[in-house]
Structure formats: C-alpha cells, structure tokens
Ligand binder design. Sequence first.
Ligand code: ZN
Length: 119
Amino acid sequence: MKIVRTTILPFKGFTAINLLGVLFVHPGVYLSHEMMNHERIHSAQQREMLFVFFYLAYLMEWLLRLPMRGNAYRNISFEREAYANQRNLHYLETRPHYAWRHYMKRRPHHYQHRKTINR
Ligand SMILES: [Zn+2]
C-alpha cells in the first residue's frame, strides 16, 4: 500500500484516509499493524466496488446514518467490517467478497456508557 504523509489529508479528527488504495496520513502518525490491516480491508472493499461505487455507497450510508443514533461514521457497514476485523491480521486471506454487506444490519455502534445500578 502506498503511503503519502501530508498535513493536508485527512481532514480534522481523522488520522488516515484511504483514497483509491493510497493511504494519506499525517506526518508523525504511527501506523500500527491493526491500522494498516483496517486500511487494507478498505482497499479490498474499494476494489470489489470498482472504487466509484464504494465512495458513492460510503457517502450515501453516512448521510442516511447521520440522523440515526450513534456515530454515523463508525456505523457505516464498510467501517464496521474494518473495525471488527482489523485485529485479525489474516482476515483478508479468508474474507469473502462483499463481506461488508453482513454488517449493514448489525446493532448500531454507539458510545453510550452503561449506567451502573447501585443497589
Ligand atoms: Zn475505516
């Protein structure tokens, strides 16, 4: 995977962005094996969606999820697949094509902390 270190991309709040299989990352950011695996999963998604359909679907799903509960970005099915499997460094060896579609109906990921009940 080609890595380009720049202050221009990605936008504020993000550490890396994968555009057409090229990883743009801020200077000084440590790229862990997990992070690289996450980005490689996105590359696989992009290839099987012929790139253009990946970005269209990604944008559409993000827009649809904005008014929903939870973090819209984290709940995009492409992100759910990448976050759920980034720790499995052999995931891409066995990953079926279009595996992200299985993550569309999963329970939304949100950052609510469970309230502890004191009795
Ligand atoms: Zn991601």
